[in-house]
Design a protein around this ligand. Structure first.
Ligand code: NAI
Length: 415
């Protein structure tokens, strides 16, 4: 068999990222980011590496930083050789070192920002307001980041327009629902050798990520229990066939507890008292959802079975396995790089299209939805790359639905 020619750490991602690869080809000519400095902050995985390279191909001077525990050393080395890209994060950096790299990004006075968790966006407004005034626009791709930005927007604290990429149908329905669920479940089962079929799985939060993982767990044969704080989401979970209980009750029978809320201490000290013996606990939402210090305080011993798998023994003999110290398991588990390339292609395509749009935009400061036509275009491009055709709205359908005057709705052609 002939050996593949592309031996770079992004080779596999490129094979499953037709949109980013097609933008790279177009941008060699059109250069939408010519003369612009772009700051990127996201887990520095092969996907982010390819994204940064596409922005640089489009003429941008791109500075890239990352998040704790997810920087791939080989991607950093590869990016060092790419024209127009400066990687600032390195594998193994402490939180303080990473914070310094974020300041370095902002000190370069970026025109555009691409963020994951609003790390750059909160820092630039809080500590570098002069630099914030020079930013043309930004894109944010996560639920957690958008929660912070909504608070900033309500207080009129944003100095430039920010696109809510997380709010696009393309991001929510594919990346959050399917990508996160699949990559997290495969990380959990490969770390723990857990059998899903026949188990009791508790999912905290029935938003996009929680719904996705609860459905997949049930499809694999688990008995699923959802915990929620939003009564409408709780009803939706019931209607979808899951049980709904408060966390304190749900954990008593659980084999697996997965948090998917983005909220602080969803699994906390009071729940440690009722956790079932042998339970596996993981977060797919964020690193703040599981109070690991409560486990550590209550436990009589703590053993690292292998990287990413810690077993706590409680005084009454119950054993609790915590995955990846409560950090998001699909990113923090050894050898993992988050969601599958197939969905990261569309998410980073939305980020790329959003940044190109903002480079020339006169939008006022504040949090804005991504224009719907961009979301549709990305969806069409993805379908076309997958060689899938869909129907078109006919002229008669458009005409019928556009008419607002009173008419006999059963006989459109006789009007
Ligand atoms: P979402 O807003 O759609 O859903 C969150 C749900 O959690 C809501 O239904 C909310 O009512 C519920 N919730 C809040 N507090 C709760 C509590 N104390 N107990 C039970 N339920 C509670 O958000 P989405 O898109 O599902 O994202 C959830 C988290 O996952 C966010 O932190 C997001 O950043 C993260 N995420 C992680 C990814 C990954 O690859 N690991 C990818 C995408 C998002």
């Amino acid at each position: 068999m002939r050996e593949g020619t592309d031996q770079t750490p992004v080779a596999g991602v490129k094979n499953r990222s037709p949109l980013l690869c097609s933008y790279a080809e177009q941008y060699q000519r059109s250069k939408p980011f010519d003369g612009l400095t772009i700051g990127v902050c996201a887990p520095l995985t092969p996907h982010t590496g390819l994204f940064a390279d596409v922005l640089a191909t489009g003429g941008g001077e791109v500075l890239v930083t990352g998040e704790a525990g997810s920087t791939h050393a080989d991607v950093v080395e590869w990016l060092r050789e790419r024209p127009g890209v400066t990687p600032l994060a390195a594998a193994g950096m402490t939180a303080d070192e990473l914070a310094d790299t974020r300041e370095t990004v902002l000190e370069a006075e970026p025109d555009l920002l691409a963020d994951d968790g609003a790390f750059l966006l909160s820092l630039v407004h809080d500590r570098f307001p002069e630099i914030a005034r020079g930013v043309r626009g930004a894109c944010e791709q996560t639920t957690g980041g958008i929660t912070r930005l909504l608070a900033m927007d309500e207080q009129d604290a944003l100095s430039f327009p920010v696109y809510d990429v997380n709010g696009t149908p393309m991001k929510q329905h594919f990346d959050n629902v399917h990508g996160t669920a699949e990559s997290s479940l495969s990380a959990i089962t490969s770390l723990t050798d857990t059998m899903i079929a026949g188990s009791v799985a508790v999912v905290a939060g029935y938003g996009h990520c929680g719904r996705g993982i609860a459905r997949k767990l049930r499809a694999l044969g688990a008995r699923t229990v959802v915990t929620e704080v939003d009564p409408r989401k709780a009803l939706e979970a019931l209607a979808d066939g899951h049980d709904v209980e408060p966390m304190a009750d749900a954990v008593a029978d659980a084999d697996l507890v997965i948090t998917a809320t983005g909220r602080y201490q969803v699994l906390r000290r009071e729940h440690v008292d009722t956790l079932a013996d042998g339970v596996v606990v993981a977060s797919i939402g964020s690193a703040i959802e599981i109070d690991d210090s409560a486990l550590a305080d209550e436990a009589t011993s703590n053993t690292t079975e292998k990287p990413g798998v810690e077993r706590y023994e409680l005084p009454d003999g119950r054993r609790v396995t915590l995955l990846t110290e409560g950090k998001v398991v699909n990113l923090a588990a050894p050898g993992r790089s988050g969601n599958p390339s197939h969905v990261m292609d569309t998410t980073f395509a939305m980020m790329t299209r959003g940044l190109a749009d903002l480079a020339d935009s006169d939008l006022p400061p504040g949090l804005h939805p991504v224009p719907d036509h961009l979301d549709r275009e990305v969806a069409h491009e993805k379908l076309s790359a997958m060689d899938v055709d869909i129907d078109q709205v006919t002229a008669a359908q458009r005409d019928y639905h556009d008419r607002w005057e009173t008419h006999d709705s059963t006989k459109p052609d006789e009007q």
